[in-house]
Design a protein around this ligand. Structure first.
Ligand SMILES: C=C(O[C@@H]1C=C(C(=O)O)C=C[C@H]1O)C(=O)O
Length: 335
């Protein structure tokens, strides 16, 4: 097992792929070397994404629900819900234009969210093949993805303040794979980072449409506990990449960004009375652009987080970014 945590009635584990069989699973995604799904298999939605090579130990990210789970499929998406949480996974854009395919896939996801009554988006992950390559129209693949996603949010009537935490990194195949979590009653609190421009306000030099996500999302759970989803975070200050070409400094800047994001002063701005440090974070994934840089990432991140971190060798959404880190913080509110 790479790492595990459990909070209230929703639990996430990063574990070896073979373990994902028992009941109560809301969804499982494999970070491995193959493409599969999305399908409902063994009673839960499942998808496999090529995120590494033979040197990366494959792992499954497994979301478990306390209550029993209802599953289904809709317009190519696979989903499960437990009365409070909805997990869904989908894929877009392998054979068609990425803008339209992303927009349609996201609109299908919003349809599931609406039809099943889980209107509050809490966390989204996107794995985009050839993320940094030209799109054949003068931009890059990530830019095209961002346009399709922004148009879906626009058509879905989701204002910028309701955009959830997200990750969008590269993959080794399979078009765009994405998965999301949403809630039925709990209203997520979306959080920004004072060191960074909100991504949805990035200037146009970074793309025709700015990326649609928040820096973090807080989800209160019953009994004074909660969960903070930290978006994929990189060496960006304001909207600019800093320490270009320097893996160690990009990694430490990323950690500084996360520390400020989850620190007491920032969370209090959103009425969340909790004191988190990097050590409190769990479910940490470190995405590293160049495989040869993984030892540097490991040295710095093990000191910050301890063991139990997953290192994934994929491209990052900007050419000049070498590393990106996401996490989940299980937390108990101070008061
Ligand atoms: C690294 C950044 O963005 C990345 C892209 C995201 C997206 O487009 O959903 C979300 C988080 C990161 O994976 C950043 O802009 O800081």
């Amino acid at each position: 097992m790479i790492s595990a945590f459990s909070v209230a009635d929703l639990e996430c584990r990063l574990e070896p792929p073979a373990g994902v069989r028992d009941g109560g699973v809301l969804g499982a995604v494999e970070y491995c070397d193959r493409v599969a799904g999305p399908i409902v298999r063994d009673g839960h939605p499942f998808m496999a994404m090529p995120m590494g090579d033979e040197d990366m130990p494959p792992f499954a990210e497994v979301w478990r629900a306390g209550a029993s789970v209802v599953t289904g499929q809709h317009r190519g998406l696979a989903y499960a819900c437990d009365g409070e949480h909805l997990f869904l996974c989908g894929r877009a854009g392998e054979d068609s234009d990425l803008l339209t395919a992303t927009e349609e896939a996201y609109l299908a996801a919003f349809e599931v969210v609406r039809l099943l009554g889980y209107p509050h988006l809490a966390r989204m992950w996107n794995m985009v093949h050839r993320i940094n390559e030209p799109d054949g129209r003068g931009g890059d693949v990530y830019g095209r993805f961002c346009q399709g996603r922004a148009m879906a949010f626009e058509r879905g009537g989701v204002p910028a303040e309701m955009l959830p935490a997200a990750t969008c990194v590269g993959s080794h195949g399979g078009g765009v794979a994405f998965y999301m979590l949403a809630t039925r009653t709990t209203r997520p609190v979306h959080i920004e980072n004072p060191r960074q421009t909100p991504a949805y306000r990035y200037p146009p030099k970074y793309g025709v449409r700015a990326p649609s996500f928040a820096r973090a999302t807080y989800l209160a759970e019953p009994g004074g506990t909660g969960r903070l989803f930290v978006s994929g975070t990189a060496s960006i200050v304001g909207s600019e990449t800093v320490h270009i070409g320097d893996m160690a400094r990009q990694t430490t800047t990323t950690l500084e960004n996360i520390a400020v994001l989850v620190g007491r002063e920032n969370l209090l701005r959103y009425g969340i009375d909790a004191d988190l440090s990097l050590r409190d974070l769990d479910g940490v994934k470190v995405y590293v652009k160049h495989k040869a840089d993984i030892p540097v990432a490991r040295r710095i991140c093990e000191e910050a987080f301890g063991p139990g971190v997953a290192y994934v060798n994929v491209d990052i959404c900007r050419d000049d970014l070498l590393v990106e880190i996401e996490a989940v913080a299980p937390m108990v509110r101070a008061a």
